[in-house]
Design a protein around this ligand. Sequence first.
Ligand code: XMP
Length: 520
Amino acid sequence: TILVLDFGSQYSHLITRRLREINVYAEMLPCTQKIAELPFKPKGVIFSGGPYSVYDEGAPHVDPAVFELNVPILGVCYGLQEIAWLNGRCVGAGEKREYGPASVTVEKGLTNKNALAFFKGMPEVFDVWMSHGDKLHGLPNGYEIVGRTDNSPFAVIAHKTEPILGIQFHPEVTHTPLGKQLIKNFALEICHVNASWSMENFVDKEIDRIRKMIGPNEHVIGAVSGGVDSTVAAKVLKEAIGDRFHAIMVDNGLLRLNEAEEVRQTLGEYLGIKLTVVDASEEFIGKLAGVTDPEKKRKIIGNTFIHVFEREAERIVSETSGKVEYLLQGTLYPDVIESISFKGPSQTIKTHHNVGGLLADMKLKLIEPLRELFKDEVRQLGELLGIEHSLVWRHPFPGPGLGIRVLGEVNKAQLEIARKADHIFISEIRAHGYYEQISQAFAALLPVKAVGVMGDKRTYEQVIALRAITTHDFMTADWFDGFSVAFLKKVSSRICNEVNGVNRVFYDISSKPPATVEME
Ligand code: XMP
């Protein structure tokens, strides 16, 4: 394992990613981690970049014991300054930030063994991406320059004898085209780790771990939604403990057309998971009556979900004579990173509906088989476990469902309109081959009426907004600009003709920010 110590850069998790892409297992921990308390013994350590200056009051510093681990260390950007700071304070506050492309020239006639290993297979000059404020004004004791740029004479430094290197640029971003090679060289040529991490190994080990963890008479419950994360997590549990895993799908009445039935078929019949579908639609829709405030709607839906799920869980607990000990959660690595990352608290934009606070009273232990995986790795695992392609590549669907896509008050009639319009939009997207070019798409029902004309008669009806976006991480998003005019015409005319109560269709051309993906 390679340990990535996170100093809070927005790119830190990409270092872990790049290592996994070359089949090297890596874990990220906050830079304040006490070395004596490390949960594993790393074969190498990478210090990430970070938004601070080593001069800042309260700037984070590593536990100096990291240098006594006697394993190779690579400092990236802030990580380089940290090495220099701890070894002679030779860092200067930069007068100006350096941000953007640069090219590194490798020193001629290098003899430094670690530097030679680091540059193995690299050209003498290569492009990199810089993003930093401070820079070194001299070399720390025992180090030498092994690469420079026009602006940074200390772009790459290496200890003369120890395997410790520092780089001013970011090798983990795609703007440093050969950055992955450098990370690979550090891991394989300097740390000498095995590149043996693979999804097949991962899943075998994980199933084995779960079997050992869960006693022969113990049971696990978990909520499923039909989305990729909960389905893959459920399938892993099914493989590990069979029918001692109980999946619960809460039909909140805010699902898309035929969705509960499709989950019953896919998870229950096709994947053979023991599944209970609870129809709680009346309960949800009843509680939403008269509520228009988006945050209130989200809270009601979230709380009702917890309530219904707990009720079902209690039923299963009594049916299994109290043998349920665990709750399955589809936590992914980005959620884990979010909670361990070295960052201040960020502001809540929307209350996301999740199952974090579930079942506190029942004292269930958590089981999180996906907590080491990124989203695309979950998809890869899903395919490996035989989950159908269309489910594995499904767009995300929010927990509050159509409840936040019917803007304003939610009731059965409004849900019906949104559901039909959405079905037409998504079916046409699939039929025209756009589905996999888009990250997420849906139809929303706006809380306004507009005048129209149909068969010589004046109409006064509702408005559907279509939204389709592309994004890498859902933190920012662009509206999808690839629809043909013929496609838009067809969707618009189908919605106006087939969905009663709608006479206009709009296409949302707002990016995030300033908009968000969902409209509430
Ligand atoms: P926003 O609207 O915040 O959406 O830009 C970003 C992504 O998150 C999804 N989303 C949710 N997912 N529960 C979820 O499970 C929620 O309450 C929720 N709200 C938004 C949204 O669909 C998009 O993919």
